[in-house]
Design a protein around this ligand. Structure first.
Ligand code: C2O
Ligand code: CU
Ligand code: CU
Length: 492
C-alpha cells in the first residue's frame, strides 16, 4: 500500500533516531513506480548555480587527510516547504575534493545517516579494500578510513554510496560529490580557477512531492525525474565570464542519459573523458553522457558580454540508444539544464585552445592475454550479467595481476546500459566493430552500451592484488545495479 507521511522534519528525525527506522525520505512505497500523492509543480528554479565547497584536506605527516560525514540535511525546493535530504558535510551533495597526482591520501568517512551505507571512489585506481564498494560497509555512527595513493591522471572523479540494494536511494537523496585530480607536472594552459572559469556541473533529475519531500518511486527500470538539478539547484543560472570556460560535467543521475548541447547550437570542445585528458580538443555540438560518466568541455564565451545561452539536453535526438518504451516524455524532448548569462571576463583569461592535451599510451590489442565476454540482459524483471544476478558471496572473474585484457560487453536488451568497472581505466576499441568517435578515445571507466550493441575495450590490471577483496563491475543505472546487474572480480 502506498502511504504518505505528513510529519515535520523535526519529528521525522526524532522518530527515525528513536526507532532505528530505516529511512525512506520519500515516505512512499513502491507501487509499479506510481504514487498517489500530489507532485510538486511550483518548484524553485533559476537560483544562482551553487558551487560545491572545496575540501583541500590537511597535510599530516606527508599525507593529505580529508574528513567526510554522511548526514541528514534540509533544503527548500518547493516554496514554504522543507525537503529532507542527505549530504556529505552539508545539506546536499558534497564538497569537491582536490588532490594531486602522487598524493598519499587518507579519507575519514563518518556515517550519521541512521542506517548503514558506504562511500566509493568512482574511477580511482586503488586497493580493493579501500574501494568503498558494498563490502566496505559503514555502520551508522562508525568512521571508515580509506588510504590510497593517487595514481590516476588529472581528471574529474566522483564519490557516492555503494551499499548493495541501497545505492540508488542514497544517491537520489543527495549523496554524491566530486574529486578533482590535478597533475602538478602539467603546464597546460587550461582554465583552472575553481568556481570562476573551471566549473563543476553535477547533473541530476528528481521528483518532488507537493509537500516538498523527495519522491523516490524505486522503479526498477530506472528512476527518472521531471526536475533537473545542477549542483543541487533546479535549472539554475550561471554567470559566466566572457572567456574560455571549462565545465566538468558529471551525469550523477540515477538513470537518465543526456545529449548535451547549447540552445544556439554553438560548437564546444571536449578536452577530457572519465579518467584523463583527450589527445587534443574535440569539437562537438552534442555530447551524450550516460550515468556515472564525466566529460570536461571548454566553451568560448569571449566577446559575448551580456548574452545568454542555455545548456540543454537534446534528448529527442538520441533514438539509437534506447527503444521507444524506455523513453519518457523528457527523453522525447529538449530539456533545459542551465541558463548561462555572460558577464565581463576576468583579468587574465585563457585565450586560446591548446592544440594538444595529453599523450595517451594506447595498448595494442596483440598485448591482451585474454578476452572476457559479458552479456547484459533483462529477463522477467531480473537484471543480469552473463545470466547471473549479483551475489556478494560469489566471485565472477579472477584476473592475474598485470594482465592486459579485452572485455567484450554485449547488450542483449532493448535498453542501453552504462557499463562501469572499478579500479581501472580502459580504452574503447570498438563499438559494433567500428572505431569509437574521437571524443571517446580517452581513458574511460563507464561506457554506454546501446541497445543490442557490442563494445570492446582494453585495460591493464596493475599494482593492486588481493584475493580476498573483490572489485565490482556493473551497470551504472543505479536501480539496475541494485537489482543485481553487477558482478565481482578479484585481481590475484
Ligand atoms: Cu559509480 Cu560501482 O560505481
Ligand atoms: Cu565505481
Ligand atoms: Cu542497466
Amino acid at each position: 500500500m502506498t502511504k504518505t507521511y505528513h510529519i515535520s522534519r523535526r519529528n521525522f528525525l526524532a522518530l527515525s533516531a528513536g526507532t532505528g527506522l530505516s529511512l525512506s525520505l520519500s515516505g512512499c512505497g513502491i507501487l509499479g513506480g506510481q504514487r498517489k500523492s500530489a507532485l510538486a509543480t511550483n518548484v524553485i528554479r533559476s537560483q544562482p548555480l551553487p558551487i560545491p565547497k572545496l575540501l583541500t584536506g590537511t597535510e599530516i605527516n606527508g599525507q593529505r587527510v580529508y574528513d567526510l560525514t554522511m548526514q541528514h540535511g534540509s533544503m527548500v525546493f518547493v516554496p514554504g516547504k522543507s525537503t529532507a535530504t542527505f549530504g556529505y558535510n552539508g545539506d546536499i551533495l558534497g564538497p569537491t575534493m582536490i588532490m594531486n597526482k602522487g598524493d598519499d591520501v587518507v579519507i575519514n568517512v563518518t556515517n550519521k545517516l541512521g542506517e548503514p551505507s558506504t562511500t566509493h571512489w568512482h574511477g580511482i585506481h586503488l586497493p580493493a579494500a579501500m574501494d568503498g564498494g558494498p563490502h566496505q560497509k559503514i555502520e551508522n555512527g562508525d568512521t571508515w578510513q580509506a588510504r590510497f595513493k593517487i595514481m590516476n591522471e588529472a581528471a574529474t572523479f566522483w564519490y557516492h554510496p555503494h551499499l548493495m540494494g541501497k545505492t540508488a536511494e542514497h544517491v537520489y537523496h543527495g549523496l554524491a560529490g566530486l574529486f578533482i585530480v590535478k597533475d602538478p607536472q602539467s603546464n597546460l594552459a587550461l582554465p583552472d580557477q575553481y568556481g570562476i572559469d573551471d566549473i563543476p556541473l553535477i547533473i541530476q533529475d528528481k521528483i518532488f512531492n507537493a509537500d516538498g519531500s523527495i519522491n523516490y518511486p524505486g522503479t526498477k527500470m530506472g528512476v527518472k525525474g521531471d526536475h533537473f538539478l545542477v549542483n543541487g539547484a533546479i535549472t539554475p543560472i550561471f554567470n559566466a565570464p566572457a572567456q574560455f570556460v571549462r565545465f566538468r560535467i558529471l551525469n550523477g543521475s540515477n538513470a537518465r542519459i543526456y545529449n548535451f548541447g547549447f540552445s544556439d547550437n554553438r560548437e564546444f570542445y571536449q578536452i577530457g573523458t572519465d579518467g584523463g585528458l583527450l589527445e587534443k580538443p574535440v569539437p562537438l555540438t552534442r555530447l551524450i553522457l550516460s550515468t556515472g560518466e564525466r566529460a570536461e568541455i571548454l566553451v568560448d564565451f569571449s566577446g559575448q558580454e551580456n548574452s545568454k545561452v542555455q545548456l540543454v539536453s537534446y534528448s529527442a535526438e538520441i533514438r539509437k540508444i534506447n527503444s521507444i518504451f524506455i523513453r519518457d516524455a523528457h527523453d522525447k524532448s529538449t530539456i533545459d539544464i542551465l541558463t548561462i548569462n555572460v558577464n565581463s571576463s576576468t583579468t587574465n583569461p585563457i585565450v586560446a585552445l591548446p592544440p594538444s592535451l595529453a599523450i595517451i599510451n594506447r595498448i595494442d590489442e596483440s598485448q591482451a592475454v585474454k578476452t572476457r565476454s559479458f552479456k547484459l540482459h533483462m529477463h522477467l524483471g531480473a537484471f543480469l550479467i552473463n545470466g547471473k544476478k549479483m551475489d556478494l558471496e560469489r566471485i565472477d572473474q579472477t584476473i592475474k595481476l598485470d594482465d592486459i585484457e579485452i572485455w567484450k560487453i554485449k547488450n542483449n536488451s532493448d535498453m542501453a546500459h552504462p557499463f562501469h568497472v572499478h579500479d581501472i581505466q580502459f580504452l574503447i576499441l570498438t563499438r559494433n566493430g567500428e572505431t569509437p568517435p574521437e571524443n571517446e578515445r580517452g581513458w574511460k571507466d563507464v561506457v554506454l552500451v546501446n541497445k543490442h550493441e557490442t563494445v570492446r575495450f582494453i585495460t591493464r590490471f596493475s599494482d593492486y592484488s588481493d584475493p580476498d577483496n573483490p572489485y565490482m563491475f556493473h551497470c551504472h543505472i543505479l536501480e539496475h545495479e541494485d537489482a543485481g546487474m553487477m558482478g565481482q572480480f578479484v585481481v590475484v
